[in-house]
Design a protein around this ligand. Sequence first.
Ligand code: ADP
Ligand code: MG
Length: 320
Amino acid sequence: MKMSSNAIEEISIEDLKGVGPAIAEKLRENGYYTANAIAVSSPKEISSVTGIGESVIQKIIIDARSKLNIGFETAGELLEKRQNIIRFTTGSNNLDEILNGGIETRAIYEAFGEFRTGKTQIAHQLCITVQLPIDVGGIEGAACYIDSEGTFRPERLLQILNRYPQLDPKKALDNVFYCRAYNSDHQQLIVDKLSSLIEEKNIKLIVVDSIISHFRSEYIGRGTLSDRQQKLNRFIHKLLQLSEAHNLAVYITNQVQSSPGVFFGDPTVPTGGNVIAHASTYRLYLRKSKANKRIAKLIDSPCLPEAEAIFSITENGIED
Ligand code: ADP
Ligand code: MG
C-alpha cells in the first residue's frame, strides 16, 4: 500500500522546463523521480551523478523551485504539510510515550550510547515495526539498512518476527534492503543512489548503523577534523533531504566519547560534534541498567520535554 504522499511530490519531472525524454530518463535512472527531489538538490550534486551539465541542471532546478513555490510558507501551510507525518511503534510503550507516540516520518532519530546499550537492537526492531499494519502501530512501509559495523543479523529479525503474527516472515525479510558500507565514500554513494529504491519499494525507514565509525577511523588527528565534519555534514544533509522528499523516518546510531571538560555529572558525549547534533530531530541517549534493562533519555527535542523511558532487550526485540 502506498502511504500518504506529499501533494507537492506529484509534479512530474517532465513538467519541468528543459526536461525532455532523454534528460528525464537520466534523472530517473539516478533516482530523481519528482520535481521535489530536484528542487531540494544542488546543481553540482545532480550534475555529478547524471553527467548532465551544471548549467542545464541549474535551469531545471530553478523551474522546479518556482513550480513548487519553495520559499516562505505560512505556519498554516506548514501545519498542513506536517499532517502527512505518520508514526510507527518502537515495540516498547514506554519508549513510544516519550517519543510522542512512536517514530515519525520527516525526522532523524539519533541513538547514542556505549557499547551494548541497544543501539543496534533498536535498529533491527524498527525494520520490523515499520512494516506492521496500521491498526497495530505500523505504517506498512519497507526498510533500508546501511551497516558500517557489520552487526546486522537477519536471524535476529526472524526472532523479532515471532512476536508479530500479522507479518509473514518471508515477506518481511524481503522488505528489508540491506547494504554494507565499506568506507565513508561508499556510505555517501549509497545514500546518493537511494531515491529510486525508496520510490520502488515504499521505503519508510532508513537505518544507518553507525553513521560515524568510518569517519572516525578514516580521519584521525586534528588537522583532518574540518574535512571530516564537512563530509559528515554532506552525508547527514542527504539523509535529511530524503526524509523530507519521501516522507520517511531516519534512524542513525552514534558512538560516544568522554568529554575532558566535564567534571560534574556524566562526561559521556556523542561523537560527531555539532554536525550531527544540529541535524538530528530527536536524540536518544542510551544507558545500561540492571540485566537486560536499558534507559533511554530523550534530549534536545524541538517540541518534546526531556524524559526517560525504561525498556528491555529480550528475545522478542525491544519491549517494556
Ligand atoms: P550496541 O549499542 O553496541 O549497538 P546492541 O544493540 O548490539 O548494542 O545490544 C547488545 C545487547 O543486546 C546485549 O546486551 C545483548 O545481550 C542483547 N541481545 C542481543 N541479541 C539478543 C537476543 N537475541 N535476545 C536477548 N538479548 C539480546
Ligand atoms: Mg551496535
